[in-house]
Write a new protein. Structure first.
Length: 293
């Protein structure tokens, strides 16, 4: 009888140890800086629970209450609270069926200037489906390649995917990376392809970081010039600048060209740089949260 009781005690103890181990592993995953969510035949997304739910200051209610045509935010993981602020504002009164997500091709993956992903995305909030019809139309451009591996490995897209899934669970996505080598003429031609897939239920989101490798004071000067370009749709100025202003001249050109055609008004809901998040002002990346109304 005593032996049976001992066996029962050991079984219970073993189960508790096993459960504690599973819980510890789960907590380790959740609290790691970046967690990649992936299942078979799904693209992975990048997710940090701490960063995702860290609050940033609330933007103007007057701005966020408008139906948006799109906007621009960062893809810097350190500035995740800014990404959250952007999508939280966008989701107040905007209910897209499709989100065209445009970012720079950081690692030059793929063989063409524009790389799209056509598979669904795995996120902690569920599966985010691609807009296959729109992707198929864009693939008619000779500038485009479908390459899920290239797109899914770039944080310009992967970091923003969970926000799309969380704030727009019913929407589909058209994620693309644009190489730095795409020139102004190619960009102008490709934006015409994007324009064909835009309707009243589609928004355009730019995943773009701004001034790089400067001090915070120097960065503010560059950002002032960039702000002039964006707010006044100075398309002819975009390709004159490099990383000291922004990391995707092609992406910025496409977004501003599309918004200009829609007579959109630009509103700034946040402007910051890495010094706000890490306290170091000698070598920063800057950020804007812009929305187009």
């Amino acid at each position: 009888m005593i032996r049976k009781r001992l066996i029962g005690v050991w079984l219970v103890a073993g189960f508790l140890i096993f459960a504690a181990g599973v819980f510890w592993l789960w907590r380790s995953d959740v609290n790691s800086s970046l967690v990649s969510y992936q299942s078979d035949k799904l693209n992975p997304s990048i997710f940090s629970v701490t960063d995702f739910f860290t609050e940033y200051e609330n933007p103007s209610v007057d701005i966020c209450s408008h139906d948006m045509l799109g906007g621009i935010t960062t893809h810097h993981q350190q500035a995740s609270p800014l990404i959250g602020q952007f999508f939280k504002c966008l989701a107040v009164s905007t209910y897209p069926k499709t989100v065209v997500l445009i970012g720079p091709n950081h690692y030059h993956r793929g063989s063409r200037g524009v790389v799209l992903a056509s598979q669904a995305w795995d996120t902690p909030f569920g599966i985010l489906e691609p807009d296959i019809e729109a992707i198929t139309q864009l693939a008619e451009s000779d500038l485009v390649e479908i390459n899920d591996n290239a797109v899914s490995q770039d944080h310009a897209v992967g970091l923003l995917i969970p926000y799309l899934s969380y704030y727009f669970p019913e929407a589909k996505v058209v994620p693309m990376l644009i190489n730095y080598s795409v020139n102004e003429a190619q960009t102008e031609k490709f934006q015409q392809f994007i324009n064909r897939v835009l309707d009243e239920h589609t928004i355009v989101v730019g995943s773009i970081d701004f001034s790089h490798y400067l001090t915070s004071a120097e960065s503010n000067v560059m950002d002032g010039e960039t702000n002039e370009i964006v707010r006044n749709y100075k398309l002819d100025e975009i390709y004159k600048n490099g990383d000291e202003h922004y990391d995707s001249a092609p992406g910025l050109y496409i977004i501003l060209s599309l918004m200009k055609q829609k007579n959109a008004r630009t509103e700034t809901i946040a402007h910051s740089d890495t010094s706000e998040f890490n306290g170091v002002s000698s070598y920063v990346t800057s950020y804007f949260n812009w929305v187009f109304l």
